[in-house]
Design a protein around this ligand. Structure first.
Ligand code: UDP
Length: 371
């Protein structure tokens, strides 16, 4: 009987796990597979050999303005309030990023009030219309000098591209402030899962109609007998790279335990726009609030090859993605969702929202008698 055939969900990260839960709660049977030996995708966290909770795939800091998303996840975790702060190492100082009043006053040895900062920026900004690239965004908001000091080098390292080669949306993630607000995010909800992301994912996937198989790569045969497939891997891989590979940016993570060190740095993350091969150092105890002897940090080294972490937002890649998307639309038995399958630079909360929406779409398709 078709109602007993499972839905196959490929990938146990946010997209797959959230979709799986929503479908299971709608009465469907779900099999989740992931090629890695663990669930939670890149949000996976674990206690390292020294008992410190670390994020294996780099820092994940949860923030959202969506009450719906926050409420949904709150069914699976309690939270610890946490507001992320980031300092950038520039001209031998550690200065707030996003650029704010403190950044400008300390960098230029000024004593401007908010209106003064507004006037300062008004004077230095180079407005460009239309705003197409990340360079247009940064020059248009903070001008040339701040662009070179805070953005050009970091972006070159992170993406292997100049700011002018990236879509506006990348740099637009970082606001500019004239007040003293030094939080990295301004969202209504900013919190970390109290017992970690992995535990939250265990709870999401803990359901009598969900079966989870790790160490299980997706192969065409995996879908045999499935009622429907939810695919969260790279969309170009699904179609055998028919139109050529879509670029995804990768990272190498260098984790280090510092024995005898209570605090390595004053805030959760320090960015290095102009020095070192890595972009930033994150110290986990700030994020998790854990008290433990010693401290654990991670350095992020961007690279072109390796696990796909970021789509690379630029016009030519979007055009290639659209060709794959057209193929995806001709596969009614498969739903594509998530950062890799939709080639979108989603934050965690955006993936949750996209996955809930995808689950709705799957239910509609199945109600309509499709696959
Ligand atoms: N960025 C930068 N300097 C910074 C921080 C960010 O140039 O100090 C730019 C850079 O291009 C980066 C983008 O803004 O890739 C988005 O930064 P975000 O911190 O949101 O990146 P993520 O945490 O997703 O890696």
């Amino acid at each position: 009987m078709s109602a007993t055939r499972p839905i196959l969900v490929v990938g146990a990260g946010y997209a797959g796990s959230v979709c799986a839960r929503a479908l299971a709660e709608a009465g469907l049977r779900v099999r989740v597979i992931d090629r890695r030996p663990h669930i939670a995708g890149n949000a996976y966290d674990e206690y390292d050999g020294n008992g410190i909770l670390v994020h294996r795939y780099g820092p994940h800091i949860f923030h959202t303005n969506s009450q719906r998303v926050f409420d949904w996840l709150s069914r699976f975790t309690e939270w610890r309030d946490y507001e992320h702060r980031v300092l950038a190492s520039v001209d031998g100082m550690l200065l707030p990023i996003p650029i704010n009043r403190t950044t400008i006053n300390r960098l230029y040895e000024l004593d401007l009030d908010e209106a003064g900062v507004e006037q300062y920026l008004e004077r230095v900004r180079e407005v460009r219309t239309p705003v197409r690239t990340s360079e247009d965004v940064v020059l248009g908001s903070v001008g040339r000098d701040l662009c070179e000091k805070f953005f050009r080098g970091y972006t070159r390292k992170q993406w292997g591209l100049d700011l002018s080669e990236l879509s506006a949306g990348v740099a637009a993630r970082i606001p500019t402030r004239t007040n003293d607000d030094d939080r990295y995010f301004a969202d209504t909800y900013q919190a970390m899962p109290l017992n970690g992301y992995t535990r939250m994912f265990e709870n999401i996937l803990h359901h009598p109609r969900i079966e989870v198989l790790t160490d299980t790569p997706f192969e065409p045969a995996s879908a045999t007998g499935a009622l429907h497939v939810v695919y969260t891997g790279p969309i170009d891989a699904y179609f055998g790279y028919r139109y050529g590979p879509l670029p995804y940016r990768s990272l190498r993570f260098e984790h280090e335990y510092l024995p005898g060190v209570e605090r390595h740095q004053p805030v959760g993350t320090v960015n290095y726009p102009n020095e070192h091969a890595y972009t930033r150092i994150t110290e986990f105890k700030h994020l998790t609030g854990q008290s433990a002897p010693g401290t654990a940090i991670v350095r992020e080294y961007p690279q072109a090859h390796g696990d796909p972490y970021y789509p690379v937002p630029r016009a030519e890649n979007e055009r290639l993605y659209q060709r794959y998307k057209a193929l995806a639309e001709r596969e009614p038995g498969v739903t594509f969702v998530g950062r890799l399958a939709q080639y979108r630079y989603y934050n965690m909360d955006q993936v949750v929202a996209a996955a809930l929406k995808a689950a709705e779409k799957v239910r509609e398709r199945l109600r309509g008698g499709g696959t």
